[in-house]
Design a protein around this ligand. Structure first.
Ligand code: SAH
Length: 368
């Protein structure tokens, strides 16, 4: 799809080689272009001096498109949220979370989302469309350029680097699996963006067939599952997708997910007052996760949607965490980041006055 538009960003090495062959060039020119685009991030064909003038002219007739900045907000804690506009006017969010020893970027895989989780702000936007690989990677390239960041393991030590990536922004990555898998290949390839798969985390509600495909993909990222309930009855209500793939089926697919070394599956659990935050829930969670190598990220609900759900009070969150930790289940409470910029997914996109005026906290912390 990208090639037919004359868009180069998002094409894999093989696709670029095929394009070169189409143009009567040697296939290795494709690899050169691939490295220019992703490794050196040269987005202007005029600067690709390894190519002949005539080839540069041909390249200049294609496009290399980054998303356009629509709006940007910087929080006092350094969290920066970008609302980016795509060529057709759709808007997506990504968030840069600087920490002492790492910088994490949270990116989107869809504009909007069809899954309709009751507590999620993106759900209020509905589903717009899937992003193509160029649009998924374009978020990263945009922020690297904006912040003059080096990339992960290719960081040169003289300037800060983007060290971690989470596919946890707008959308459900496993509903856009082909584009996500292509993006992961380019991301992890040493000739591409060269970010170790160990530093990439994909967050999903747990679509079982796609999860099994991801487990066998060429690049297997860390897995985070948005669980947020310990019974199907409650999860059915909070996350309608649970009717299709209930808890037990999701956990079984997690048990089959390949883990290396000390890797664990992360379970994200949005704590909602009186809904899923009882001591019994905590004990059930321990039981459910006992067969797995797992850890839990507890996320206080980010208020602001219209469904009457409230965040669990801090002492409830504390007690919930203690029950898990007491049973040797590693559990972390994500500290709120970027509160004043409404850094939760969907919040920058929705008009501020559509949201409640209560204090907002972000789920986009990386305390894992
Ligand atoms: N569809 C994917 C990725 C996007 S959501 C998924 O569900 O994992 C990313 C994370 O934000 C999920 O863990 C989700 O449960 C959480 N989340 C959504 N709405 C939230 C809210 N209002 N407050 C706190 N966390 C929220």
């Amino acid at each position: 799809m990208a090639a037919s538009r004359g868009e180069l960003l998002g094409l894999t090495e093989d696709e670029l080689a095929a394009l070169m062959v189409d143009w009567g060039e040697k296939p290795y020119r494709g690899r050169q272009l691939y490295q220019a685009l992703y490794r050196r991030r040269q987005l202007d064909p005029g600067s690709m001096t390894e190519f002949s003038r005539s080839l540069r002219r041909k390249l200049a007739s294609c496009t290399i498109t980054l998303p356009r900045l629509h709006r940007r907000q910087l929080a006092a804690d350094g969290t920066e949220k970008y609302l980016l506009e795509l060529t057709d006017g759709e808007k997506i969010e990504c968030v840069l979370i600087p920490e002492r020893k790492r910088n994490t970027l949270c990116i989107s895989t869809q504009a909007g989302c069809p899954l309709d989780c009751r507590f999620c702000l993106t759900a209020m936007l509905g589903f717009r469309r899937n992003l193509d690989p160029g649009e998924i990677l374009g978020q990263i390239l945009y922020v690297l350029g904006d912040k003059d960041l080096a990339m992960g393991s290719t960081g040169d030590g003289s300037r800060p680097a983007l060290t971690n990536l989470v596919l946890m922004g707008m959308g459900e990555p496993l509903l856009n699996l082909d584009s996500v898998l292509k993006s992961l290949i380019i991301l992890a390839d040493p000739g591409g963006l060269a970010l170790s798969p160990r530093r990439i985390t994909l967050s999903t509600v747990g679509l079982v067939p796609q999860l099994r495909k991801l487990a066998r993909a060429p690049v297997v990222p860390n897995l985070a599952i948005s669980l947020s309930a310990t019974t199907d009855e409650v999860r059915d209500r909070l996350m309608p997708v649970n009717r299709r793939y209930p808890i037990e089926a999701v956990l079984q697919a997690c048990a089959d997910y390949p883990l290396k070394g000390n890797q664990r599956v992360t379970f994200e659990y949005v704590l909602m007052d009186g809904v899923n935050d009882s001591d019994d829930d905590a004990r059930r969670l321990v039981k459910l996760l006992a067969p797995l190598r797992s850890k839990v990220n507890l996320l206080p609900l980010n208020p602001g949607n219209a469904n009457g759900l409230k965040p669990s009070p801090p002492d409830r969150v504390k007690r919930f965490r203690e029950i898990l930790a007491g049973k040797s289940l590693p559990a972390y409470v994500r500290k709120p980041r970027g509160m004043e910029i409404f850094a939760a997914c969907g919040q920058l996109h929705l008009a501020a006055d559509q949201l409640s005026r209560t204090t907002r906290t972000s789920r986009l912390d990386t305390n894992r």
